[in-house]
Design a protein. Structure first.
Length: 67
C-alpha cells in the first residue's frame, strides 16, 4: 500500500497548495512505526533518515464531524 502512495498532508507554498504523498520502492516500511527509517535527500544531495529532521507520531484524525 505504501508503494501506491499514501496521502500524508498538505502545505502551502505562496498561493499554491501542495499535497504530500509518501512513496516507497523498497521494503523499508513494514509497519507504521518504520516510517522514521525512510531515507530523504538532503539539500546537499546526501541521504538522511526522516527521524533526523522530523518527529513522527501516530494520531487519529477525522475528515468530518457528523452532527
Amino acid at each position: 500500500a505504501y508503494s501506491d502512495g499514501a496521502y500524508v498532508d498538505e502545505f502551502f507554498l505562496d498561493d499554491d497548495k501542495i499535497d504530500m504523498f509518501l512513496y516507497s520502492t523498497r521494503d523499508v516500511i513494514r509497519q507504521p512505526q518504520d516510517i522514521d527509517k525512510v531515507m530523504l535527500y538532503s539539500s546537499s544531495g546526501g541521504m538522511v533518515p526522516l527521524s533526523a529532521v522530523a518527529s513522527v507520531r501516530e494520531t487519529v484524525n477525522t475528515e468530518s464531524i457528523r452532527r
